[in-house]
Design a protein around this ligand. Sequence first.
Ligand code: G16
Length: 517
Amino acid sequence: MAEFQEISKLSALHPKPAGLVLQYGTSGFRTNAKQLDHIMFRMGLLATVRSKKTKATIGVMVTASHNPEEDNGVKLVDPMGEMVTQDWEEHATQLANADQEDLLTALKNIIEKEAINMSQEANVFVGKDTRSSSASLSQAVLDGVSALGGHSKDYGLVTTPQLHYMVCCQNTQGKYGEATVEGYYTKFCQELLLSFSPPCHLKKELQISLNNDGSKGRLNHQCGADYVKVQQKPPTGIKINPGERCCSFDGDADRIVYYYTDSEGTFHLLDGDKMATLISTFLKELLTQAGLDLKIAVVQTAYANGSSTHYLENTMKVLVRCTKTGVKHLHHVAQEFDVGVYFEANGHGTVLFSKAAEEKIQQLAEDTNVNDERKKAALLLRNTINVINQTVGDAISDMLLIEAILAIKGMTIQQWDTIYTDLPNRQLKVKVADRRVIDTTDAERRAVTPAGLQEAIDNLVKKYRQARSFVRPSGTEDVVRVYAEADTQESADALAHEVSLAVYRLAGGVGDEPKPL
Ligand code: G16
């Protein structure tokens, strides 16, 4: 086929460094930007083939999200704006790691296995973040698409959730919204201000001052949602007055965390767990007021603070489910419920409403025979659906939703913070020679390998009160992540350190031994 000759020629312009093997991780491929040119070209090929298979538009986002500026990465977006399915993650790994001379064979294998009709049209949307490497890497994606004769639309600089939104709009023929950046702002921002304005005067109250807007400094360097969450402190160089409500996004704006400092200068973090609690409480109250019998659940990961799970299950009486890290996992579990609120503690999350739930809410909102209280609740629920980006966690849409809820409830960030008290916790990273030696089970809460590691963790946890700890290999950075919580910060820090040492000793640590905090 003519396309295949073209691929041979063009792929030589995007050669794979010999011996380089990269795994499809938590959210696509991610590593130093210098190693990614061939990956991008090949993901352009894969997205084109996926588009032919699904007869729909596919998205490719060039970003390394929370990683340091010098990294980059790629996220593939499926037709309804969700992350690409797991069997295609395997295709992606095959294609990414094929030696230069085997690339065509690897591609043909996928085409054959998936019974792709190559004469089918293909359409790929491409977006990129602000990293300096993103321009040439997104060009490599576009080259891959055109090598297979696919059509592409380059959205340039967009957030990851914006690209997910575009793909969903395109494939629903505009039902979800208009597939433009303007359409995005109209749907999530303008409608929010209009629909929530009468009851809460949000428009008047919401004054935003922007810091670290990308005009200077390095992306995510001592700032951003991941920095604030993991370091448990505000971004460096930002002046915060006591009680001021602040939030930080990550590098591609699919995560958000809130925070403030009190009059004593103590830092308070309101992470994904606190957002899940506020949102699910708000929705549950509205469902009750509306008299709608819809099943609501909160989906978390092992990183969820024990206090949040306890509060949701025991005080809010909300169903809680735990999955592996990665929004793709949370998203799928959330789809099992009428209303599925999913948030990772790191601030990545959204709310999903089933079709049936949306219809019931819509019917009630239009019903002229219901009392005022039910009607008002139904209208608020409908407006809430309109401002949520259901394709993926979205920092902008999440922020507006939180702002609306706080305004409607007349709640300050301090009041929100006191709904429950987080157990002190600590997250650390350990460098090991090969992080794949750690295998986990039970939604990553227990390590199966290397031998003796889980036993060591269990023994360490026993030393502390209200303690819990787990370790898992990161899917976005070359590190093992360690999480610990306990009744005091000193205990959480000590436990995290001791578990880090166990990882270092039993899982092949490299460099210096972890030091106490
Ligand atoms: C990605 C995923 C998140 C995950 C995070 C960290 O976020 O989308 O679901 O929590 O990586 O993953 P890991 O602990 O495996 O490194 P982002 O915002 O970096 O794309």
